[in-house]
Design a protein around this ligand. Structure first.
Ligand code: HEC
Ligand code: HEC
Ligand code: HEC
Ligand code: HEC
Length: 216
């Protein structure tokens, strides 16, 4: 009897920890899980030693507030200089990146080392397919306002203020930042919340991501 209760308790315990383990931790195992990277952990603030998933990008205290709305930012920030997207028939006003796109580019444009975080100056810069470069003329434009007026002047965009994104709310709710701007995070989830390939926010099967905003 005693043994039975013990086993039952063990089973309840296992079920509980399994449920906790299924919490929202999609970042683990994604391209942004840096715990096994040689560059993260060899410089003092050890991402690998304590298994910290967040430390390369965030800190609970003394965050870098130089970028608008940067969430407790722990990584050195890029200042370009960038070549913004120019385009052929652009109605939007696209200048230098701002907001959260600057945070992405602080690793992805290759101008700041990946291991420059927690106040340290690192030396490993981004290479390979994920390297976006400071030349943004060949990348989808970011850091510009997308509102109903732009949809009208462009003529082939859905109105972001009323059109459903397919993610629960409107395009404005789900894909634009607090200043109604398109950013890298319009199409990507940095924490892999959607668990899609390339950290995409929404599947691009049949170009579904593109046609969320473009009426093509
Ligand atoms: C690769 C860098 C990176 C890592 C690693 C990372 N974050 Fe973030 N996080 C960001 C960026 C960039 C933003 C702002 C842009 C956005 O929200 O899309 C952000 C935003 C946030 C926000 C505010 C917005 C929101 O999504 O609620 C919270 C909270 C947050 N992160 C928590 C965490 C925690 C907790 C971890 C570790 C388990 C973590 N992040 C790991 C880059 C990162
Ligand atoms: C701390 C540095 C850092 C920051 C900040 C960061 N990334 Fe990354 N990102 C990386 C690294 C490192 C990789 C993996 C590169 C590799 O595997 O070669 C990566 C990979 C990716 C990939 C490819 C994913 C895949 O599955 O192939 C995407 C997309 C991406 N990042 C988007 C973003 C976006 C969007 C932001 C901002 C919201 C961001 N990243 C912020 C370092 C960063
Ligand atoms: C309009 C949507 C959109 C925006 C905005 C956007 N991306 Fe992407 N990105 C994509 C799509 C779609 C893919 C996947 C392409 C593929 O699989 O061929 C991708 C792929 C990537 C990759 C992976 C490249 C590879 O071959 O592994 C990285 C890294 C990346 N994006 C970073 C960024 C960064 C940084 C920004 C902001 C400067 C950004 N993206 C803005 C849609 C976008
Ligand atoms: C969150 C909304 C959104 C998503 C998702 C999106 N775009 Fe865009 N895209 C825009 C807006 C807004 C513009 C600016 C249009 C303008 O200024 O007329 C733009 C601009 C462009 C341009 C430049 C047009 C020019 O005149 O130079 C191209 C090309 C483009 N997008 C293709 C894509 C593709 C391909 C995808 C899918 C991978 C995609 N977009 C996903 C909103 C989006």
């Amino acid at each position: 009897m005693k043994r039975c209760t013990g086993m039952l308790l063990a089973m309840v315990f296992m079920a509980t920890t399994a449920a906790l383990a299924q919490g929202p931790q999609e970042i683990a195992g994604s391209a942004h899980d840096f715990r096994t990277e040689a560059w993260a952990g060899n410089t003092g603030t050890t991402a690998t030693a304590n298994g910290d998933l967040c430390v390369v990008c965030h800190t609970p205290h003394n965050g870098n507030t130089s970028v608008l709305n940067a969430p407790l930012w722990n990584h050195a920030v890029s200042s370009g200089p960038w070549d913004p997207y120019v385009g052929t028939d652009l109605q939007a006003t696209v200048g230098d990146p701002d907001g959260s796109s600057v945070l992405c580019l602080s690793c992805h444009d290759g101008s700041v080392a990946l291991d420059s975080y927690g106040g340290q100056t690192g030396s490993t810069t981004m290479t390979g397919a994920a390297f976006v470069d400071t030349d943004l003329t060949n990348d989808h434009p970011v850091s510009f306002v997308f509102n109903a007026a732009l949809a009208v002047s462009d003529g082939t965009l859905w109105d972001p203020e009323v059109t459903n994104s397919g993610l629960g709310g409107t395009i404005q709710d789900d894909m634009l930042d607090s200043a109604d701007k398109v950013q890298c995070a319009s199409c990507h989830t940095v924490h892999n919340e959607s668990t899609l390939d390339k950290l995409l926010k929404k599947s691009n099967d049949g170009s579904a991501l593109c046609t969320t905003c473009h009426a093509k």
